[in-house]
Design a protein around this ligand. Structure first.
Ligand code: ADP
Ligand code: ASP
Ligand code: MG
Length: 811
């Protein structure tokens, strides 16, 4: 014989209740069916009673909605006629009683726990009555007649012995289908209505299953089974097909709502399997909870669960060290007051003991403990005891953790890398559970990073915020769009773009933005952007494994890096401003990144996609020393000097460079050498020199006054230099020489300036907008290492940014 329990979600709507009917009809008989109240009704009953107790007239509306839900449901599922009228009448009587109770409360403005228990019992009484009429040949059993509780520590505790006897007697002869109201019970002495606690219908079913030695207990709900994590928080959570009682107990104890925790014990004791099934998808395999698992799965942990409702109380003081009996007193005092402790952590120095309790119990717990240790507190041996609230507890569970080294390391390492601070932790010697306490606002992120690192190890996720959708940003998004599938399949890397920000608008989406039409989405759904909103959103989303990608040239955006890194968000910048700003700022950013275990990467700051910074780093890390750098670092200037001819004057060449999108948005940054100075400063710093932009000797080739005023004035003025440049170019061409804008670093001294190079110089043949970097080092001495290629352009720069992103994922 089987016991089937249908939760509120299974009896909440017409279609679900008809599914339930089918499931019952196709089960082998006899069966006992336990039902919960219609979904949401228990909450509504509680809310309505509170409203009427405070004299809020809106309670009448709430009550009417309760009536409507039931009346409407009956109309839809019981055929019109005598049968339907009969049910409506019986239900009507119950609902009228309920109305009288609410009115009574409203009059006297008092709601005792006893009345509250009476009120919530109507939920299950109504639903089970409806079910009995829906299923042909079904017989109704009121759980209050055989589930008996007694009062202990102001709570209703099951009297198992009496209940078992009564159940056996009640079900001595079994009908084909017995329908039992879940959740509700009565006091063994007074007969008052009581209940088994929120979610208690599962427990009702388990108690009956154990008392009658049922063959199995089936819990029918709205998910395919016990999942690796709460599917409402982790959308990649998946169903676990088999769990041991211990694992299931550990998981639901820590908030996995699928089963009410006390449910496990009675059936576990009798070795009766529990099967979790989905009413909405009955063909899914579900989860089997049994004593010995058949499948030896190799995953170290089975599931993650959490409870938001956590307060941490720490009893601390030097006077506790080595004193026998302190913990005894803590737990005795709490137990005497009915306070349940779900987490304990004690330092081996015995200087402090931390305990986790529910928020509702926190104040009483402090009061009790301050009373217990009053003398010690007065003497200064123990500190005054206070509760830290707004916390959450997370547990990772699995019997395979036993004797598997490295699980705790992996867990805490993952949390640390994501900037999550662990306030307390506990692992029992049974090694089936590691629990830890974090600030409640870090809960979602904690669950995500753990789920990602323990369950999704087949692929890794990087969550990207892309700032700037211009030439580089736009190219990057396109490259990610086309490359994504391949990275997932071949490299196990999932790139999830969770934020796109342009000059005016910003779009954020935890689940990932569709890259096919992000520009439209940005227009339609984007919020108005400002640096402050961007900062608040990016840090506020608090998303794991995240990377901020700066494809702008904005100084304001560069100012945000520090805070992002401090929030454990890696930064990849095509923007050169931060790395070339004051040395102290550059150093601080790098240091924060190192300390936080995240990355600050800016390979494309110099030579677009050319591997220059990484090469310098590799040389230095392997013990080499950079002696000299000689480089053409401006794609724009090189392009201009390659373009000018008898037909193309200097000013036109500048315009062309801008049109080709090689130049900075403001070409004066290139012409003034500023862009090259920034790059040289960055290279010098990466090569180990402490250099500021002011330290670079700059030999300008466009006089200072050309840069004054606005951009329009510049365009008018610059053509005045055309003839002078043409003369110089013509003369040099005769001598077989060319103009190159060269950056140099030698003996720690840096300079930039125009240089006339002859055909033997490596930069002589440098085509188009190409760059060349010559590195003279202790090892590459006689013949310097040269790196040469496209030094500007959206495609190659975006590819360089992409490569930086990939290196964060270690792909
Ligand atoms: P019922 O009304 O059937 O008793 P509950 O709402 O009590 O259903 O429990 C089922 C819900 O538990 C699911 O809808 C799901 O959102 C939630 N849940 C939380 N943690 C888990 C988990 N680890 N696996 C499956 N469901 C979970
Ligand atoms: N209806 C009760 C509740 O909502 C019991 C249950 O659903 O199991 O808590
Ligand atoms: Mg439930």
């Amino acid at each position: 014989m089987k016991i089937l329990k249908f939760g509120g979600t299974s009896v909440g709507s017409v279609s679900s209740i008809l599914n339930v009917k089918k499931i019952i009809e196709s089960s082998s008989k006899p069966i006992i069916v336990v039902v919960s109240a219609l979904s949401g009704i228990t909450d509504k009953l509680i809310d309505t009673s509170k409203m009427s107790a405070t004299g809020n007239p809106a309670y009448e509306n709430e009550y009417r909605e309760i009536v409507q839900r039931h009346v409407d449901l009956i109309k839809e599922i019981i055929p019109a006629g005598n049968a339907q009228t009969g049910v409506q009448q019986q239900i009507g009587e119950l609902l009228n009683e309920l109305k009288d109770i609410f009115q009574g409360i409203n009059l006297i403005k008092d709601l005792s726990p006893k009345t509250s228990d009476i009120i919530v019992s109507y939920g299950e009484r109504l639903s089970s009555l409806i079910m009995t009429h829906l299923i042909e040949g079904a017989e109704y059993f009121d759980a209050r007649t055989f589930i008996k509780t007694e009062r202990k520590y102001s709570k209703h505790i099951l009297d198992s012995e009496l209940t078992n006897q009564l159940i056996k007697r009640t079900f001595e002869t079994l009908p084909e289908v017995a329908i039992v109201s879940g959740f509700i019970s009565s006091d063994k002495n007074s007969g008052d209505v009581t209940n088994l606690g929120r979610g208690g219908s599962d427990y009702t079913a388990s108690i009956i299953a154990a008392a009658l030695d049922a063959e199995s207990l089936e819990i029918w709900t709205d998910v395919d089974g016990f999942m690796t994590a709460d599917p409402r928080v982790i959308n990649s959570a998946y169903t676990i097909n088999e769990l041991s009682y211990v694992e299931a107990m550990e998981l639901c104890n820590f908030g996995a709502k699928v089963i009410y925790p006390p449910t496990i014990y009675p059936v576990c004791h009798k070795n009766i399997p529990i099967l979790i099934k989905n009413t909405f998808n009955p063909s899914a395999q579900g989860t089997m909870i049994i004593k010995e698992k058949h499948n030896s799965e190799n995953k170290a942990i089975k599931g993650i669960s959490s409870i938001n409702d956590t307060s941490l109380i720490t009893v601390q003081g030097l006077g506790m060290v080595g004193v026998i009996g302190v913990n005894y007193r803590i737990f005795k005092a709490l137990a005497k007051n009915g306070i349940s402790v779900f987490l304990v952590s004690q330092a081996s120095s015995e200087n402090s003991t931390s305990i986790g309790v529910r928020n509702d119990d926190a104040d009483l717990a402090c009061q009790v403990l301050n009373g217990e240790f009053a003398k010690e507190i007065e003497m200064g041996e123990v500190n005054t005891i206070i509760a830290e609230k707004e916390l959450a507890t997370v547990a990772i569970v699995g019997e395979n953790m036993k004797h598997t080294p490295g699980i705790a390391g992996k867990l805490f390492g993952t949390l640390g890398r994501n900037g999550i601070n662990v306030i307390a932790c506990a692992q029992g010697a049974s090694e089936t559970n590691i629990s830890f306490v974090v600030d409640a606002k870090w809960l979602r992120k904690s669950l995500n990073v753990i789920h990602d690192s323990f369950f999704l190890s087949e692929y890794q996720v990087l969550n990207l915020f892309i700032c700037g959708t211009g030439t580089v940003g736009g190219s990057l998004i396109e490259q990610i769009r086309t490359q994504r599938q391949k990275l997932m399949e071949e490299n196990g890397l999932k790139l999830n773009v969770v934020g796109i920000i342009d000059m005016f608008r910003a779009l954020f989406c935890r689940e990932g933005i569709d890259l096919n039409n992000y520009r439209e989405e940005l227009q339609e759904k984007g919020i108005v952007n400002s640096t402050q909103t961007m900062h608040d959103e990016v840090t506020g989303m608090n998303i794991f494994n995240s990377v901020f990608v700066d494809c702008t040239a904005s100084p304001d955006v560069a100012l945000l890096y520090k805070d992002f890194l401090q929030h454990n968000i890696s930064v990849v910048a095509a923007n050169k401003i931060a790395a070339s700003s004051e040395y102290e700022n550059y150093r601080e950013l790098k240091q924060i990144a190192r300390k936080r275990g995240v990355k600050y990467l800016f390979e494309t700051n110099v030579g677009a996609g050319l591997p220059i910074i990484n090469t310098i780093n590799d040389l230095i890390n392997s013990g080499d020393k950079i002696l000299k750098i000689e480089a053409v670092l401006s794609g724009t200037l090189n392009y201009i000097f390659n373009k000018i001819s008898a037909d193309i004057p200097f000013s036109q060449a500048i315009k062309m460079a801008q049109e080709e999108r090689y130049s900075e948005p403001d070409p004066r940054i290139d012409l003034s050498g500023k862009d090259v100075i920034r790059k040289l400063v960055i290279l010098a710093r990466e090569a180990g020199f402490r250099l500021e932009q002011e330290d670079v000797i700059s030999n300008l080739f466009v006089p200072e006054e050309y840069f004054k005023g606005n951009l329009d004035e510049f365009w008018v003025r610059i053509s005045k230099l055309d003839s002078e440049f043409e003369t110089r170019r013509g003369k040099l061409a005769g001598e077989n020489k060319r103009l190159r804008f060269v950056a140099k670093l030698e003996h720690g001294k840096a300079s930039v300036g125009l240089q006339e190079v002859d055909s033997k110089h490596p930069a002589y043949d440098l085509e188009g907008s190409n760059n060349i970097i010559l590195l003279t080092t202790e090892r590459y001495n006689e013949y310097p290492m040269s790196i040469k290629g496209y030094g500007a352009g959206a495609g190659v720069t975006a590819a360089g940014v992409f490569a930086d992103i990939m290196s964060i994922a270690n792909v």
